[in-house]
Design a protein around this ligand. Structure first.
Ligand SMILES: [Fe+2]
Ligand SMILES: [Fe+2]
Length: 478
């Protein structure tokens, strides 16, 4: 879409899925540790000041007398709320307009969506009429997967001297630099990272963050927010900490956190080429997801420790029910070779476990990707082959349910078929790839495009071309 078109479209009617809006507002308020009454008093002041204006009946219906409990309630019917603008909400919750802006992408009941941000994304900063920083443009996809409400994709461009508004929000963020030189500034930790084309950062988005263009050329960034509004490892940890009854699992998690914080050069080798799982908590949560009824869709309540134990015995492995429980709780050490046995027992591709070998750091991990120096090769026994070479970052973001990898596919090669909980995003870096679900194929996507799909259906990534293809793979484990 051209800039002229977008600039002429100021003024919109906001249509929200009430459930999504309620979750995002509630999560944002909790992230800031604010009591709902404070948001209610701001809402009341706003409504009092705008009594004469028409168009607020729906808001008054869902938030009578400024009461926001109904709006935030997760049990709401999935109805559409239409508002003339979002000022009462952004005032009440002091939430940046742009965070709600991503809800303007049309939800679609598909399992696969692909877009080319520079061509078919819609610019929203002008449309919303909000301040988002200097010399900056924000665009969103025209459509999104309706069930993937935790995943928001934004394309962000900064002219020379430009920067985004410093902001924070629940969950994780991945910022991939498509063009230019960008500095990501995280005010709370004082962590400033410069990223050039092809580099990316994965960080905890509760920290105040902003992006600054450091060159005299336009910078272009592909941004993924993974909001995890009502579930996820980080929320689980926070809930456990708040309960003040530290479980064994919480103590182990904290100890591992401390171990990463006091990193010494002596331990570096162990971290770079680990022979056992560093992120036990992350692995445990993933194992639980693999056993969930939602993933298995068996209608029988999912896999029990008994089921897993039986499978283990059949394969002549040594996993008792209590050992399996300890694995799920992140309490048992796991050697690298054991991951292959676990893949066999849980009936998934071993590559899905490989990320958990690496240590998890709390605030951010950056991959300066030019030569993939921050990446480690996945060995053959875990999934690489002559035709498909996988790599993963040698660090993980702590308490994150995102797994990142790259795959290089030789001409006419495909990955093995696999399935896993949640969603997968593909961003081709070289060449072109296509996603196939069984015999159903989708058109190839190339550099500058991306595809997002439900990964609990069996899928494979194919390179039908005559040139090698390299693709960034992001798995959202939910
Ligand atoms: Fe952000
Ligand atoms: Fe996959």
């Amino acid at each position: 879409m051209s800039q002229d078109e977008s600039e002429s479209s100021v003024g919109i009617t906001w249509k929200f899925r009430q459930v999504e809006l309620g979750r995002i507002l509630s999560a944002y308020r909790k992230l800031r540790g604010e009591d709902r009454r404070l948001a209610e008093s701001r809402m009341l002041s706003w409504l009092d000041a705008h009594k004469a204006e028409a168009g607020w009946d729906e808001l008054r219906r869902i938030a009578p007398a400024g009461k926001l409990a109904k709006l935030e309630s997760p049990g709401l019917a999935d109805e559409i709320l239409t508002l003339p603008n979002i000022e009462p909400l952004t005032c009440a919750y002091e939430i940046p307009e742009l965070l709600l802006g991503s809800l303007l992408s049309k939800p679609q009941r598909h399992v696969y969506v692909a877009h080319r941000p520079e061509v078919d994304f819609e610019r929203i900063d002008k449309k919303i009429g909000c301040y988002c920083g200097e010399e900056t443009r924000y665009s969103i996809p025209p459509t999104r997967l309706s069930d993937a409400e935790n995943i928001a994709i934004v394309y962000h461009e900064l002219e020379a001297g430009g920067h985004s508004l410093s902001h924070n929000h629940p969950g994780d963020e991945i910022l991939y630099v498509d063009e230019g030189l960008v500095e990501v500034r995280m005010e709370d930790t004082g962590l400033w990272v410069r990223l050039d084309k092809g580099s990316f950062i994965h960080f905890e988005a509760g920290q105040l963050h902003s992006a600054w263009n450091c060159s005299d050329k336009t910078a272009k960034m592909f941004i993924i927010r993974y909001l995890q509004l009502s579930s996820g490892t980080r929320l689980d940890v926070l809930r456990e900490v708040a309960s003040l009854k530290p479980s064994k699992r919480l103590i182990k998690t904290i100890l591992e956190d401390i171990r990463c914080s006091v990193w010494t050069p002596l331990e570096q080798q162990e971290y770079l080429q680990p022979d056992q799982v560093c992120d036990r908590r992350g692995l445990g949560r993933f194992l639980e997801l693999l056993c969930s009824e939602r993933f298995l869709g068996d209608g029988h309540g999912g896999l029990t420790y008994n089921d897993l134990h039986e499978r283990s015995e059949t394969k002549q492995y040594d996993y008792s029910r209590s050992k399996l429980a300890r694995l799920h709780y992140g309490e048992a050490p796991v050697k690298k070779e054991q991951l292959l046995e676990l893949a066999d027992i849980y009936r998934v591709a071993p590559i899905l476990f490989y990320n958990f070998l690496f240590p998890a750091f709390r605030y951010a991990i950056a991959v300066q990707d030019k030569d993939e120096k921050g990446m480690r090769l996945i060995p053959r026994e875990f999934g690489s082959s002559d035709g498909v070479v996988y790599k993963v970052p040698h660090r993980r973001l702590a308490y994150s349910d995102i797994a990142i990898a790259t795959a290089t596919l030789s001409p006419r090669e495909s990955t093995p078929e696999n399935r896993h909980p949640g969603y997968e995003l593909l961003k081709p870096l070289e060449g072109e790839v296509a996603v196939k679900f069984g015999t159903t194929g989708h058109p190839p996507i190339t550099r500058g495009e991306y595809a997002l799909f439900c990964s609990d259906s069996r899928h494979r990534v194919c390179n039908f071309g005559e040139a090698p293809a390299r693709v960034l793979i992001i798995r959202f484990l939910e």
